[in-house]
Design a protein around this ligand. Sequence first.
Ligand code: ZN
Length: 420
Amino acid sequence: MPVGPIRTALKVDLDKPAPSQAGLHNRWHPDIPFAATIQPGEVVTIECVDWTGGQIKNDDSADDVRDVDLSCVHFLSGPFEIPGAEPGDILTVEIQDVQPFAERPWGFCAVFDKKNGGGFLDEEYPQAAKAIWDFEGIFCSSRHIPGVRFPGLIHPGIMGCAPSTELLAEWTRRESELVATSELAKTRDVALLPEPKSIHAGSATGELKAKIGAEGARTIPGRPEHGGNCDIKNLSRGSKTYLPVHIKGAGFSVGDLHFSQGDGEISFCGAIEMAGRITVKFDIVKNGMETLGMKSPVYIPGPVEPNFGPGRMLTFEGFSVDSAGKQHYLDVNVAYKQTCFRVIEYLKRFGYSGEQIYLLLSCAPVQGHIGGIVDIPNACTTMGLPMDIFDFDISPAFASKNGGVTKMDLGSCAYTSDRK
Ligand code: ZN
């Protein structure tokens, strides 16, 4: 039988406000009306807006990042009904392609202000910053971070099936408990509870929309029972993800497309965020949660990944001794921060600012790993930096041969107009 054209299951309009489009939503809730139906085995393309719904502009100011409205994120495409999927099944999602829109060949990565979003290193970098990236086929480069160019490992930050009513209640219970009991919650957000402001529930209106606003889970965290905002860079072209199903018809949603991202997405808006299209094919494993023994998603990476060659990763080590010299017990969070600082110090010598490197480590295909987590008292984490993304030689061998490195003029990322 001849294969027909690939159907577009959902179109978006980049010129219209995201909250006015019925195929988008920004909360997880079982009652959000299905945006469309996709049959198992059917190959379809789904269009997505960027996760902020177009709030970030292609310009040289980070004021839009500083002022971003995070109550309305993420704008996801869906939910899609997959006929035959029932609670207890596993929905398999094969990603066949992900592309930016040809008419919008750019994306952004950003550091959020500590008071509005924050990020992994917001104590050290509390003010907003931004870099715009231009796409040329598989490659990207930025006028805000000169001297680098790399191929994208393009992927969706978010995929997941809708929660059941019971699961949604459990999410809210445990996240509320954290907010109520955490010492840290006195000084910063530790979880984001349901927030009726700026809610968009697809085609839902009136009482239903109000109910979804009052109860709907925020899309910021990934969650163990369904995946969601996992920000795993390897869920790229050709990958296959197994997602638990919690409602009849699955209610699959996707969004937060990334042209590229480093492990950890450390600056929070750290991937190269973009609008675009994703082509997928679904299958259903009946009763798969039990037969496959899956409580959380699993995935198999695809065969198309940038290859930087053996011996071309410069890998930095970090340990759970913080910047003040305090020893922490096997704390991976402290260790990974220290790993990031080691890379930042190393690259600053070439002329980059700390913010430029923070942005770069968030969005370039760096590899984060846990080295050791048993050798008391130090956890050891690593970050591998592909040396060939740089136009110049960053290798220790080159520096040692030349008696150090020469500082270059490497421009500036975008800052806010009121930067102190
Ligand atoms: Zn993202």
